[in-house]
Design a protein around this ligand. Structure first.
Ligand code: DMJ
Length: 513
């Protein structure tokens, strides 16, 4: 006990993460349990720099937007576009904790007690998916680290509010809730990310409260999505009708926005259940096989990207969304968790594509949507429908390809850094740390404002003053900075054989079954 105490005090003095296990344990098994890099070296410096970025983001929020939803960094003001649930503060709790910013954490935790998650302003419609991943996930993630029962009570309050959305004929949740009316807002169409990204949070809430009702709601939604008829085995149309439970067969198929985290939660539910409920693992594997065949395109020289299709036989589109850049990390996590080494090569190639989408712009920031083409033969390869693109030789140098922004904004999103983090954990290859450090420096150079960090309008333009936008999304603190911090930390900080990270990067302990 005295040694552990001493370590804890040392940890606090060093200003690193406050988790005793961070310093006190390198136990576990599997590739993820390798001892991490020496924190006295360059990664210690990098970790400090990321922590300083979090301090800057938080102190801006604290000074100009405390208790409000989002800081508006350029006008030094705030907005309440998330129903006045202090969303930045709630989403950032576990990042503060992990980085050992304990004064800020305790201060934020006190504020949480003042939020009434059963109410929202007149006329405001609560977005069920966003509030699940940001508010419920944020409170659960903090509770998993800190064990303060007051956090769990607040998580329960959020869960009880959001549970009202499942009151539909099919069990699929409504997208929006108006808490000032007796019923949910009745809408018909739901995207699969909305229906399939509640399961980790609701199942964890059921485990921690002992109330199985939350788990049943999540499972009923999953079953409705799994059992509805679909034309392509393993792929799910992006939209489903809430009342009939039928997919809209004219919607597109992709792993980008509106679909992304649906696929993520197939694998992550399997992991959360400690691999003891094989059906989610099987669904994930079937999905991955279909995604590899239908949604991976290649340039002439073989650089892969992730596009979308609009019908079973259509060619994959040539545009890739930043949002889809989470997928290489998921593939790598699945390669490890499902013992599918055959997925790792594609995971590495796609991570490189996402990294190049940053590296090859003028700012080193990645666009919201882009096309990757070869410099020599910029025409895209006609897509081979119905075949796994298979191994091909990538261009010999990074200069062999070009990035064209289709939507040139960078809104402080995390997905590429998330994949760098997972790839680093799974492969141990330190090039992912180097790539993450490059990206972090671009974030510092172009998006850091006097107060907080600001979204960027055009990654092709190097004039920060003319390109910063007055927005700092909560996921910048919840995800982008957390993944960067973890990338430079020992692997014993949130080992992936003990925790699963939600789509908003909130850590949940893997359950016994
Ligand atoms: C986050 O809120 C979540 O990762 C979500 O699943 C989609 N992407 C945003 C951040 O880009």
């Amino acid at each position: 006990v005295p040694l552990r105490k001493l370590l804890a005090v040392l940890a606090a003095l060093l200003g690193g993460a406050c988790l005793l296990s961070y310093y006190g344990s390198l136990s576990g098994s599997g590739p993820d349990a390798r001892p991490g890099p020496d924190l006295r070296g360059v990664n210690r410096e990098r970790q400090r720099a990321v922590r300083a970025a979090m301090k800057h983001a938080w102190s801006g929020y604290r000074a100009y937007a405390y208790g409000k939803d989002e800081l508006q960094p350029l006008t030094k003001s705030y907005n309440q576009r998330w129903g006045s649930w202090s969303i930045t503060l709630v989403d950032a709790l576990d990042t503060l904790y992990l980085m050992g910013m304990m004064d800020e954490y305790e201060d934020a935790k006190r504020h949480v007690q003042t939020i009434d998650f059963s109410k929202s302003p007149a006329g405001y419609r609560v977005p069920v998916f966003e509030m699940t991943i940001r508010a419920l996930g944020g409170l659960l993630g903090a509770y998993e680290l800190d064990n303060d029962p007051k956090l769990l009570l607040k998580a329960k309050q959020v869960g009880d509010t959001l549970a009202k959305a499942f009151n539909s004929p099919t069990g699929l949740p409504y997208s929006w809730l108006d808490l000032n009316y007796p019923k949910s807002v009745v809408d018909t169409s739901l995207c699969i990310a909305e229906g399939g990204t509640l399961q980790l949070e609701f199942k964890k809430l059921a485990q921690l409260t002992g109330d199985k009702r939350y788990r049943e709601l999540a499972e009923r939604a999953s079953e409705a999505m799994e059992n509805a008829e679909r034309p392509i085995k393993g792929l799910y149309p992006t939209f489903i009708d809430i009342s009939s439970g039928k997919y809209n067969l004219y919607s597109s198929y992709s792993v980008g926005g509106a679909a992304d985290s649906f696929y993520e939660y197939l694998l992550k539910q399997h992991i959360l259940h400690n691999m003891r409920q094989p059906k989610y693992g099987q669904q994930y594997v079937t999905a991955v096989e279909a995604i590899k065949t239908k949604l991976v395109g290649r340039t002439q020289s073989g650089m892969p990207y992730l596009g979308s299709i609009t019908s079973p036989d259509a060619a994959v589109t040539t545009a890739m969304e930043h949002l889809a850049c989470f997928f290489p990390g998921l593939l790598a996590l699945g390669a490890q968790a499902m013992d599918r080494p055959q997925d790792l090569g594609l995971a590495e190639e796609l991570t490189r594509t996402c990294y190049l989408s940053y590296k090859l712009t003028a700012t080193g920031l990645g666009p919201e949507k882009f096309q990757i083409t070869d410099r020599k033969s910029p025409r895209m390869l006609p897509t081979r429908v119905g075949t796994d693109p298979g191994p091909v030789v990538p261009p010999s140098s990074e200069e062999g390809v070009r990035i064209t922004a289709i939507d040139s904004r960078y809104i402080l999103r995390p997905e590429t850094i998330e994949s760098l983090f997972v790839l680093y954990r799974v492969t141990g290859d330190t090039k992912y740390q180097e790539w993450g450090w490059e990206i972090f420096q671009s974030i510092e150079k172009y998006t850091k404002a006097d107060v907080g960090y600001a979204a960027y309008e055009d990654v092709g333009k190097t004039d920060p003053a003319g390109n910063r936008a007055d927005s700092m999304e909560s996921f910048f603190l919840a995800e982008t900075l957390k993944y960067l911090y973890l990338l430079f930390s020992p692997t014993s900080l949130l080992p992936l054989n003990e925790y699963v990270l939600t789509t908003e990067a909130h850590p949940l302990r893997i359950m016994p079954n």
